[in-house]
Design a protein around this ligand. Structure first.
Ligand SMILES: NC(=O)c1ccc[n+]([C@@H]2O[C@H](COP(=O)([O-])OP(=O)(O)OC[C@H]3O[C@@H](n4cnc5c(N)ncnc54)[C@H](OP(=O)(O)O)[C@@H]3O)[C@@H](O)[C@H]2O)c1
Length: 232
């Protein structure tokens, strides 16, 4: 058993990841933007003393600094960078225009924040022999994945995320921190929609199993929720 820190823990895949790790008896630091309205998450925390709800807006450096100071040098065995946003759809933007602000926001959540969280929590992950830094990416960030859609900002931000984490893997290896990316499947959440292939509970259960099978010395990987390697 260890300590798992999860971002975007109030709904969707993040919430189910909290449920999984709590039921395994791990200590869970469950981070969300608005703990006061995270009702389902608060219910899990009320039922499991090992679950602690923490405020974190991943795109706000001051919010992350606050979390870091509350954590101090507490060991984190698994960081789960899960928070993400779908971003704008190009066909909804005015003809010929590009919404720079919406693109910036998308990259801030999906690409910059996971790297910032990883960097801020480096010393926590490095304690007690090292840890696993897992980021929830998407098949839509794979250059090899072809599916006509207009989520240019989302796809580009996840492709950039994959590159950023692949680079970080080399750097963080010196502290015995293994960096990996996961595609969670097409999941029935607010983001994935009701027609998606799998439930958030199925995705989370698969992710937990895949993470358990990753070694601290493993080269950076991009895996699917059910344990298949994904093309970059
Ligand atoms: N669902 C799918 O089919 C699918 C497929 C591939 C990849 N993914 C990835 O899986 C991850 C989880 O997605 P999901 O389907 O569970 O989505 P979701 O249900 O829409 O949940 C998104 C989570 O991210 C949080 N979040 C967004 N911006 C944030 C910010 N600035 N600071 C802190 N938290 C923030 C949300 O918090 P609030 O409630 O406060 O907004 C929420 O907890 C994402 O990285 C997503 O890209 C999902």
């Amino acid at each position: 058993m260890g300590t798992v820190l999860i971002t975007g823990a109030n709904r969707g895949i993040g919430l189910e990841l909290v449920r999984c790790y709590a039921s395994l008896g791990d200590t869970v630091v469950a981070c969300c933007r608005a703990p006061e309205s995270a009702h389902e998450l608060n219910e899990i925390a009320a039922a499991h003393t090992s679950v602690r709800v923490e405020q974190l807006k991943v795109t706000e450096p001051a919010s992350l600094a606050g979390l870091k100071s509350r954590l101090g040098e507490q060991t984190i065995d698994i960081l789960l960078n899960n928070a993400g946003a779908p971003g704008p759809f190009l066909d909804k933007e005015p003809q010929g225009a590009l919404d720079f602000e919406a693109w910036h926001d998308t990259f801030a959540v999906n690409t910059l924040a996971p790297l910032h969280v990883l960097r801020q929590l480096r010393s926590n992950l490095a304690r007690d022999g090292g840890g696993k830094a897992i980021t929830v990416s998407s098949q839509m960030g794979a250059i090899s994945f072809e599916m006509p859609n207009t989520m240019y900002a989302y796809c580009a931000s996840k492709a950039a995320l994959n590159k950023v984490m692949h680079m970080a893997a080399d750097d963080f290896r010196t502290d015995s921190i293994a960096v990996h990316l996961l595609h969670p499947g097409w999941v029935q959440t607010d983001m994935g929609g009701a027609n998606a292939d799998i439930t958030a509970a199925q995705s989370a259960a698969g992710i937990v199993k895949v993470i358990a099978g990753l070694g601290l010395d493993d080269a950076p990987s991009f895996m699917t929720w059910n344990g298949e390697p994904h093309a970059w």
